[in-house]
Design a protein around this ligand. Structure first.
Ligand code: SF4
Length: 439
């Protein structure tokens, strides 16, 4: 019997944020290295792994639904990821589940796969080729680069530290080796992710590492300087407005890394930021944004906000709207506060009624949509570099330096002839709507 006939098959469902996606990639790479086949359908799988998200109630429900579907369609299901911290809840709804583990429990998940579908074939490392960069769930031309796990903050609306623990940074040489491997495999854009990119290295006391025979400082600046040498697009996510972030702005203005910062501000009222226990809550954020823009006029700022946090008064909310007008952020997401099981904000007084949350959310979106649309309109006539994500029959879908995949806008190119996915091209912007550009 041939090796391929005996190989066991694993189905995989990956839910949640980019950090969970990186966990999925790591588990899949390990399984593939061990000779398991990864299959895209329930019916062909010997077991199905579901990587869950447990951040807010709707994500938990989505995870439970996905587990339910896998149980119905296949029957042999292993659960991992953030919601796996809450094994009793999962098993009370789906008692048939074979094993439950929490986030970044790679060995345990792989161990569960060994237990329930042991390999009978001998894995042949010469024929079972896994690409050196591992298995990636993103398209070939961009990839997420996770630089740390966990978080040292204790924001009152968030349970991530209780799910993923305190910050653990990956050694800088290891991160850079992975980045180099991805570039060698054809990746042209790296999206740096973590829970707090600005805190990178703090747990290692910013220990200097070595990469390709040279010392690299183990902090955000050192990492960014080394990533800049790779000659590809490098985009920073989940940064907080600490003073030391000023040091990476020159790298952006000289074009070494993308002039893009994803900073989840969440609010502008000092009172609410303190109730939220946000990192850098006491910084003068507007002054910082102003000085960044002076040094790097092309800087794109993306952020997220929460309206209707417990205790938020009309005055706090107006302060937030004033902040939006002043800060002129490019891309913004807004969520109405919703309680997360286990978060300390649940115990705060003065919860905001649902209809007030809805009304504030609508006012917020009105203001920000106008600002974002105006900022996009100002780009009409500009020449800019874009990266091609998709080619359709009569157009190509691309992104500019100002657009991260999945969360920001797109640039639609009208003449796709000769273009390939992953190409970097210079285009002229001809039109803009509320979210996207046309070139
Ligand atoms: S910074 Fe705050 S919101 Fe972000 S993961 Fe840490 S505790 Fe949660």
């Amino acid at each position: 019997m041939s090796d391929s006939i005996q190989r066991k098959k694993v189905g995989f469902v990956s839910l949640g944020c980019p950090k969970a996606l990186v966990d999925s990639e790591r588990i899949l790479t390990q399984l593939r290295l061990e000779g398991y086949d990864i299959v895209p359908t329930y019916e062909n799988a010997d077991v199905v792994v579901v990587n869950t998200c447990g951040f807010i109630d709707s994500a938990k429900q989505e995870s439970l639904d996905a587990i339910g579907e896998a149980v119905r369609e296949n029957g042999k299901v292993i659960v991992t990821g953030c919601m796996g911290k809450n094994a009793e809840q999962i098993l009370s709804v789906h008692p048939q589940v074979l094993s439950v583990t929490g986030p970044h429990a790679y060995e345990e998940v792989v161990g569960a796969v060994h237990q329930f579908i042991p390999q009978t074939s001998t894995h042949n490392p010469f024929t079972d080729l896994v690409p050196p960069q591992g298995i990636k769930l993103t398209p070939r031309h961009y990839a997420y680069l996770k630089i740390s796990e966990g978080c040292n903050h204790r924001c009152s609306f968030c349970i991530i530290p209780s799910l993923r623990g305190d910050l653990v940074s990956r050694p800088v040489g290891e991160v850079l080796d992975e980045a180099q491997g991805l570039v060698d495999a054809g990746v042209r854009e790296l999206l740096v992710i973590s829970q707090d990119t600005s805190a990178y290295g703090v747990d290692l006391k910013y220990r200097t590492g070595f990469w390709q025979g040279r010392p690299v400082k183990g902090n955000m600046q050192g990492l960014c300087e080394a990533l800049a040498d790779l000659g590809i697009w490098v985009r920073l996510h989940y940064v907080y407005p600490y003073p030391h972030v000023d040091h990476v702005i020159p790298l952006m203005s000289e074009g070494s890394i993308l002039p893009y910062l994803d900073i989840p501000f969440q609010h502008a009222s000092q009172r609410i930021l303190k109730l939220m226990k946000r990192p850098a809550a006491t910084e003068n954020t507007l002054a910082r944004i102003k000085s960044w823009r002076q040094d790097c006029p092309d800087l794109t700022l993306r952020s997220t906000f929460i309206v209707g946090f417990p205790g938020e008064t009309e005055d706090d909310f107006k302060e937030l709207l004033d902040f939006l007008e002043e800060a002129q952020l490019d891309r913004v997401g807004c969520f109405q506060y919703s309680a997360v099981d286990g978060a300390s904000a649940n115990a705060l007084p003065d919860h905001v009624p649902e209809e007030v949350k809805q009304e504030r959310w609508e006012r917020f979106m009105d203001v920000q949509q106008r600002i974002s649309a105006e900022r996009l309109k100002a780009k009409i006539g500009e020449e800019m570099d874009v990266i091609v994500d998709e080619i359709e029959e009569d157009r190509a879908i691309a992104r500019s330096k100002a657009d991260a995949p999945d969360i920001d806008g797109l640039v639609y190119l009208s003449k796709p002839e000769g273009l390939e996915v992953g190409d970097l091209v210079t285009v002229t912007i001809e039109d803009a709507d509320d979210y996207d550009l046309y070139a």
